[in-house]
Design a protein around this ligand. Structure first.
Ligand code: HEM
Length: 475
């Protein structure tokens, strides 16, 4: 069992007052939580005019995200304002009838039952990264974060768009998404200040350009498919073109189709990339875990390339991914708006309040988890105590709005780690400090410089990261 305590930002002694809170939250949302928050069950605060409730116990999470989901199904105004220019009425930020109909259409095309089609495409793409690393010099430096982003973007491109996209278009979309995320920022302070929804928000210059770049490529692909009537490709766009809206009996229109393609790309690419980048970092620091991973890969695969059929037997690999998602949930905040006056645990929650679950908090809750800040994949092995409740482990959210690509993302992560770790060990570049930062997603800073060692060459055991950390082991 690993003794490694991975880095987390220092925890302030007390919660900041409103303005200090907004300033901190804009810098790094992870920095606002005091030690007390990791023991709390249900918190209430007021950020200027807006009441904010934080569900930090299985029963309150279940209430908001599952049993009373209809009353809280609308995404927070911050999320909607940030993503609307890009996603329009896309599934990720829609609610009510539009959400229900889109979920019925989009859910099945990225469903677990499609994995036999997608998995070979995933593995072929991962093998290209493996070959590229193998062609480089022993000990070469890579940015593991951007490597994983390119890999997962390429996987999404090939599964969504088949082969139609091509290198230049793929890069255009990837860069467009990455610019968009950078420019949009995590916190829309105007919304936190409680200004009404109808007031126009001003986005940073460049945001529109980034959105237009993405839309132009997606529109071109859809037009191409329509022209050629090609719907048999292994691609989500092909499945979506075939899909019929049950209620209207009509297929999706072009704009709706583009919005859903943008949703799948955005929701599915950086989340998985961050998971893999964090996993590489954690393995580089906990070499006992890495050794157990290698033993499993050798035993189950014996040097073979993994297939979908191997995934159920790669139990420790899966446990590493699950533990990574616990410690560094790519979506560290799930924020909703109360649609009516409600109550939670008997406490009134007025209409318009912001109601959140924070995976970053509940995944490290002192009263729910054993050694919550430790990296211990064993807790997710079959037969172990595992998560204290399915409502306390929510990296993919929970309830009707649970991630539609859960199986896709989990399988992609397991196959990527298994295929690459068969061949290489990554070591953190000496002297690099890892700082967990929350943008739209939780990332290990802006880059993650690591050195690639072939397994046969026996990777040196790097000294543990001296991290910007509030955890006891790292000072
Ligand atoms: C490790 C990888 C992933 C993680 C941790 C993750 C996490 C999440 C979370 C937390 C949500 C809900 C957000 C909220 O309620 O505010 C979500 C929604 C969604 N995800 Fe994922 N996701 C991952 C991979 C993927 C992939 C690969 C795809 C597509 C291929 C995908 C497609 C979606 C879609 C379409 C939604 C919107 C669902 C709805 O609102 O009904 N995700 N994801």
């Amino acid at each position: 069992m690993s003794d490694f305590v991975p880095p987390y930002p220092p925890r302030p002694a007390r919660t900041y007052p409103s303005l200090g809170l907004i300033r901190r939250a804009r810098r790094n949302f992870l920095e606002i939580w005091s030690e007390k928050a990791f023991r709390a069950q249900f918190m209430q605060t007021k950020v200027l005019a807006r009441k904010v409730f934080i569900c930090n116990s299985p029963d309150t999470v279940q209430h908001v995200f599952s049993t009373h989901n209809a009353a809280f199904e609308r995404k927070s105004p911050q999320m909607r304002h940030a993503l609307q220019p890009l996603l329009g009425d896309g599934l990720f930020i829609s609610d009510g009838e539009t959400w229900r109909r889109r979920r019925k259409l989009v859910g099945p095309v990225i469903h677990v039952s499609k994995l036999p089609e997608f998995a070979p495409v995933m593995v072929d793409t991962i093998l290209e990264t493996r070959a590229r690393w193998a062609a480089g010099a022993e000990g070469q430096e890579i940015d593991a974060l951007s490597e994983m982003a390119e890999l997962t973007a390429e996987i999404i491109c090939r599964t969504i768009f088949g082969r139609q996209l091509g290198g230049a278009h793929a890069r255009e979309v990837v860069e467009g998404f990455s610019d968009y995320q950078r420019l949009v920022g995590q916190t829309d302070a105007l919304s936190l200040l409680g200004l009404p929804d109808w007031l126009p928000r001003f986005h940073k210059p460049g945001l529109r350009k980034a959105k237009d770049r993405i839309h132009a490529v997606l529109d071109g692909i859809i037009a191409d498919y329509r022209r050629r009537g090609a719907t048999k490709d292994v691609s989500v766009i092909g499945h979506l073109l075939d899909a019929i809206d049950e209620e209207t009996g009509e297929p999706l229109g072009d704009e709706a189709l583009r919005n859903e393609a943008a949703v799948i790309f955005m929701a599915g690419h950086e989340t998985t990339a961050n998971t893999l980048a964090w996993a590489w970092f954690l393995l580089s620091q906990a070499t006992d875990v890495e050794a157990r991973l290698h033993a499993e890969l050798d035993e189950v695969l014996g040097g073979r390339v993994p297939t979908l059929a191997d995934v159920p037997r790669l139990r420790y690999t899966r446990a590493i991914i699950e533990e990574t998602l616990r410690l560094y949930p790519p979506v560290p905040i799930l924020a909703r708006e109360a649609l009516e006056d409600e109550s939670i645990r008997g406490r009134p929650v007025p209409k318009g309040s912001l109601v959140m679950a924070v995976p970053w908090l509940i995944h490290r809750h002192k009263l729910l988890w054993e050694r919550p800040d430790h990296f211990e994949p064993e807790r997710f092995l079959p037969g172990a105590a595992g998560a204290p409740s399915k409502f306390a482990y929510i990296p993919f959210a929970i309830g009707p709005r649970i991630c539609a690509g859960l199986s896709f993302g989990l399988t992609e992560s397991i196959l990527s780690l298994a295929t690459l770790a068969q061949d290489v060990s990554l070591r953190l570049k000496p002297g690099h400090v890892v700082e967990p930062v929350c943008r739209l997603t939780l990332r290990p800073g802006e880059s993650l410089p690591m050195l690639v060692h072939r397994r046969a060459a026996r990777a040196p055991v790097a000294p543990r990261a001296a991290a910007a950390s509030g955890c006891p082991h790292l000072g």
